[in-house]
Design a binder for this molecule. Sequence first.
Ligand code: HH2
Length: 391
Amino acid sequence: MAPVFRISGHGAITVVLHGLTPEESGEIRNALRSVDGGADQKSAPPSFSEQTFRDGATVPVLTGTADQIREASRIIAAYGGRARALAEKISSHLDNYLRSDYKMSCKGTVLDLGSRTHIMGILNVTPDSFSDGGRYADPERALAHARDMVTAGADIIDIGGESTRPGALPLSEEEELRRIIPLIERLSAELSIPLSVDTYKSSVARKALDAGASIVNDISGLRFSPDMAMIAADAGAAVVIMHIKGTPRDMQQKPVYADVIGEISSFLAEGIELAERAGVSREKVLIDPGIGFGKTLEHNLTILGRLEEFRTLGRPIVLGTSRKKFIGTVLGIPGPDHRVLGSMATIALGIERGASVLRVHDVAETVQVARMTDAIMRTTTGFSSSNRGNQ
Ligand code: HH2
């Protein structure tokens, strides 16, 4: 019989250890190499290698199963001092990475984010949003669209009164309130699913929460309004902390990062701390890398390709790729309405890489792609969609 080889990327975890001195890296290598796992493969240390990055830096890398990485952190911790702190960090990042039991309570509704991928339908009541500007400015049409999205399977409706497309200027608070508050009041009376308000203004968020919203979706990651976190905390609201570099007006003017994933991770980690300090429960925080917000095409593609690295922050990931320009750039399609299939590719991949919530215009299509991807993930990993299942 011909030999059959099966090679797969699933089951192995890679831990890249940035920021070590060559001496520390050498000690870890020697420690891991001196341990013999014997017949007990479960407690064998992971493989140790060195990866050279584009900038020439050589960084130690551990590769193995979750048990093997845990064993490595135990061996590293035995060195004490700085090594112990490093080992603790490896363990906590690993626990976060493997976590999928996220449940979020929004005004009495509990979203079980670990059970399946959730869908946030976009309702922009603006004249100028990049994709649906002007379509739902009429309140009756906005209501009808919200109902349609619920029927199609949306789990959350995200209501925005101000476009934050590249180059957009800030809208007055009065106008933003005029556009969204009556709509939130009507939707919260009628719908049983949670409503989120897409705003970076704390005064708008406060009134939207009073009107019935239970999630604040802040594209500035709680940074543009200093009291945003406090307002969310006071109302017991959940928050989406999104990364942005700059402001909508200037964010696309040649954004530069030394380390795009590292810088976004730090911004999101600081945002989580900021929320917690203000009194928002950690369990009510979601994170979003902010596709298109101060990012080039390459940045957006890198974020998608390496999305799972944000799992180490230990909070569910929201992904907003829907119909965005980078899809049009890759496909050569200028009109947002024609970017639906490209959006679906990002959604399937995003789920596989760990997204828990998808912020989308095309709810019915997304539901199909998400349910299908969830089913494959459940079958191949034995866990829910967002669990890597590497134990
Ligand atoms: N993208 C937009 C707006 N809000 N919120 C989160 N959490 N993530 C995103 O990626 C995101 C967001 C931009 O899209 P859209 O609302 O469709 O357009 P516009 O800003 O022009 O209204």
